[in-house]
Design a binder for this molecule. Sequence first.
Ligand code: C2E
Ligand code: MG
Ligand code: MG
Ligand code: MG
Length: 285
Amino acid sequence: RAKEQGRNGFQFFTRDISLRAYERLTLETNLRDALKKEQLELYYQPQNLLEDGKIIAAEALLRWQHPELGKIPPENFIPVAEETGLIVSIGEWVITEACRQLRLWRDQGYVIPQIAINVSGIQLQRGDLVNHVLMSCEFYQLAVSDLELEITESVLMDDAEQSIRILTELQEYGASITIDDFGTGYSSLGYLKRLPVNKLKIDRNFIRDIVNDADDTAIVKAILAMAEKLQLTVIAEGVEGEAHCRLLSEQNCKIAQGHYFSRAVSAREFQDLLDWERVNRRSDP
Ligand code: C2E
Ligand code: MG
Ligand code: MG
Ligand code: MG
């Protein structure tokens, strides 16, 4: 009996695995179509100066609207895109689309210093990232310094040599390089010094309870102190309340991003934010 149960258990197990494999395959097949069928869209979230709330950049965030499956969050499809290598063409589309949008905003007279783009480690290993960035900037008449590239810490650790080489090249062309989700990886101080990095984006897990959790406050303080020594800019992500802002300002953090300022919104809605800013700052010196 036990044997039979075991066999059943095994069957359930394999059935479960193949179901997941099936779901994954479906997702992959759908994802291949998504680009062609224009189901992907970029949303934008502002990065703001804590001092006066001024928008200094927009982070482009991928959205996938599937006609039957509905809205699929990036956390669900980006890992699939990475495993299948699809992230290379999706990532190229993201760069082109973000550049197109920035050009459009600027042509409409909006002041928006930079656009931040998330880059997957796979793009550093397999794609032709440098050329794609240069071509997109040239086509849309942007400076490479208009782009900020966000890379997570783990990527830099996985294939350090190759990643560092490509990021250094991009930085030499003027792009700013940001370590995203900073603090969740294991970069040592010495390691940070070697990396071509301009900015650290403190992971929102350290920001969430910063007001009540003394450990988080201490971690954020330490990151800010270290960044100052290394002459790196710091941005806090996941800033949701006024108390967050106050505390971060007190610690001399200059830039923040989060729901307190705005969620990620469509390009159309982002324009409303820019309009609001334009009207409200017209009288500024
Ligand atoms: P990320 O780059 O760290 O982006 C920040 C995420 O936090 C976004 O989620 C954003 O909507 C969310 N967020 C912003 N402010 C707040 C806040 O105040 N509170 C909370 N709770 N959340 C906030 P989203 O858009 O779902 O993106 C998730 C992740 O997917 C991104 O994390 C990034 O790693 C990845 N991703 C998104 N777009 C792209 C892309 O074009 N390429 C690649 N390679 N990855 C992308
Ligand atoms: Mg990011
Ligand atoms: Mg992040
Ligand atoms: Mg993240």
